[in-house]
Design a protein around this ligand. Sequence first.
Ligand code: C5P
Length: 217
Amino acid sequence: MDKILTIDGPSASGKGSLTRAIAIALNFKVLDSGLLYRAYAYFYEKGVTTDHISKKIQGLSFRFNSGDVQVFDDVKEITSLLRSENTAKAASALSSQKETRKNLLDIQRSFYNGNGLVADGRDMGTVVFPNARLKIFLTASSEVRAKRRHIELQNRGQEVNMRDLIEDIEERDLRDRTRTLSPLIPAEDSIVIDSSSLSLDEVLSFTKKLAKKEFDK
Ligand code: C5P
């Protein structure tokens, strides 16, 4: 079994915050696979052909800054561009294509070097790291998730209408859940946490207990 903690779940379920906090607590590396799908969409929209996108993504620099990640394309910081709802929509549409998933598989796996890794996404426990030692599936109601995403976007200086946000989130979830390739489903051996009425601290302390049991063996 690999020294990996996978955290899968729908958008804005709190995966990102949990991933960053637990990675700091365990001193594990982070893979934010959604960001790679967003980078894929970013290059695709810029007109880069799909057989060149992997190289472009490998050329990006990811800088970890007090738990958050900043992405640079050469000297240009593209973090907010990648985090925008438009890029999310484009990423969601491209992510159902076989070629996209195939192009990103090895890049995602290359984040694991034998030391601890927390991998955040939709199919980390089912497809990318099926041998992960601990798998969590984090979910929450769509209203709660839309509220959280609203706050997150506001903090990033982006204003979006709440109703549009709920619609976008539900549309994206439906597409992620019902696609044929790597659909968003909990791995059979995952622990499902519904965080609708839990704070990040509560989810974090529960996850820490599970991780301690698994990784301190
Ligand atoms: O997690 P995030 O919202 O950044 O992901 C953006 C999109 O990328 C998702 O809506 C999903 O369609 C896709 N994705 C995926 N598989 C992953 C991570 C993200 O299909 N492992």
